[in-house]
Ligand binder design. Structure first.
Ligand SMILES: NC(=O)c1ccc[n+]([C@@H]2O[C@H](COP(=O)([O-])OP(=O)(O)OC[C@H]3O[C@@H](n4cnc5c(N)ncnc54)[C@H](O)[C@@H]3O)[C@@H](O)[C@H]2O)c1
Length: 322
């Protein structure tokens, strides 16, 4: 498997390192000459390009990883698919529903992988949440909410929904495996005109489940948390914790037979399952190689990415209406 990484700013080098460790890195592409020089020295076996079209003309490349700024993702992914390359594109793969639908259709037509870089979906803690939900352990899931707050980093070109929300949205849609039928967002641009620093989102799903996201870089708490409320148990994934990433609470409402149908609550054990410490990015890169090799469901991975972009697009529309 021959993989090229395009974009060697902050995040791309992490992808290059992982694909190198997996023995798949054959080429790199970066506009900045100083970065080209730095990474050419680190990966002497990889062919180095300063132009994306030149990279696509390299017949020795099977798959392209795109780690360039968000507004460039759609056009670069489209060119790579048109050139017959499998694509792993950083999140979000596009900024409009129409764009992602087009990418998904092209990938399907050409039987190519189009995988979005939703890192959290490969986090063993998030995988644990998913298995607790799918096994029925939590009972019927009623609602899910995400908290992604901190003081800073203050962004001035993308708002809290696009910068922070894409992570939680990818997890919420993965956990519930449904597309929302209502997407409402409220927010305010306190620091930079037109760039919302604080965003609250509400999602409702056809099954009746609901979800919420609090996204902010104007907050005293550093929180990266997802809470799932089931009828039987409740579970929290807390990415700020080192050794209790997932906590399961045996807390639930119930009706005592002798209480004339009144709702009571019960609290049982609180448990902390062991979560493997595997690097999520390595798992993501391995999954991409697996899909390129023809294993797994490449259609599902592309469609999951599209679901996230469609919801982001609808939340943005709702934010603008207000
Ligand atoms: N999964 C995660 O946790 C995570 C974390 C950080 C960033 N990201 C994503 O990674 C992507 C890059 O973010 P970043 O912080 O590294 O940005 P960055 O600005 O630091 O780096 C982007 C690099 O891409 C290069 N570039 C731009 N256009 C190019 C082109 N056509 N061909 C080749 N190189 C090109 C730029 O010169 C720059 O060096 C974004 O999509 C971001 O959302 C993901």
């Amino acid at each position: 498997m021959a993989v090229a990484v395009a974009g060697l700013g902050y995040w791309g080098p992490n992808l290059a390192r992982n694909f190198d460790e997996l023995g798949a890195l054959v080429a790199l592409c970066e506009l900045d000459p100083a970065l080209r020089e730095r990474y050419a020295a680190r990966y002497p076996q990889a062919r180095m390009y300063g132009d994306f079209d030149e990279l696509l003309a390299d017949d020795g490349v099977d798959a392209v990883v795109i780690a360039t700024p968000v507004p460039t993702h759609y056009a670069l992914a489209r060119s790579a698919l048109a050139a017959g390359r499998h694509v792993l594109v950083e999140k979000p793969p596009a900024m409009r529903s129409g764009e992602i639908d087009e990418l998904v259709a092209t990938a399907a037509e050409r039987d190519l992988v189009l995988m979005p870089g939703h890192l959290l979906l490969y986090h063993p803690g998030v995988r644990k949440l998913k298995s607790l939900i799918d096994s029925g352990d939590l009972g019927e899931v009623l609602c899910v909410y995400g908290n992604r707050q901190n003081l800073g980093i203050v962004r001035t070109n993308e708002n809290a929904l696009w910068s922070l929300g894409v992570h939680d949205l990818s997890v919420i849609l993965y956990l519930l495996d449904e597309e929302p039928d209502a997407c409402v967002a409220h927010g305010r641009d306190f620091l930079t005109e037109g760039v919302e620093d604080v965003v609250f989102c509400y999602l409702r799903f056809p099954s009746g489940k609901i979800a919420h996201m609090h996204l902010s870089w104007l907050d005293p708490h550093k929180m990266r948390k997802i809470t799932v409320v089931g009828r039987e148990k409740m579970v929290v994934f807390d990415d700020m914790e080192l050794d209790r990433k997932v906590t399961v609470y045996e807390k639930a409402p119930w009706k005592r037979t002798d209480s004339y149908g009144e709702w009571q609550t019960r609290s049982g054990d609180i448990s902390i399952p062991k979560i493997p410490t595997d690097e999520p990015l390595k798992l993501e890169c391995q999954e991409f190689l697996r899909l390129v090799a023809g294993e797994g469901d490449r259609t599902k991975v592309a469609e999951d990415g599209a679901r996230v972009v469609r919801a982001l697009d609808r939340l943005t529309e709702s934010l603008r209406e207000r």
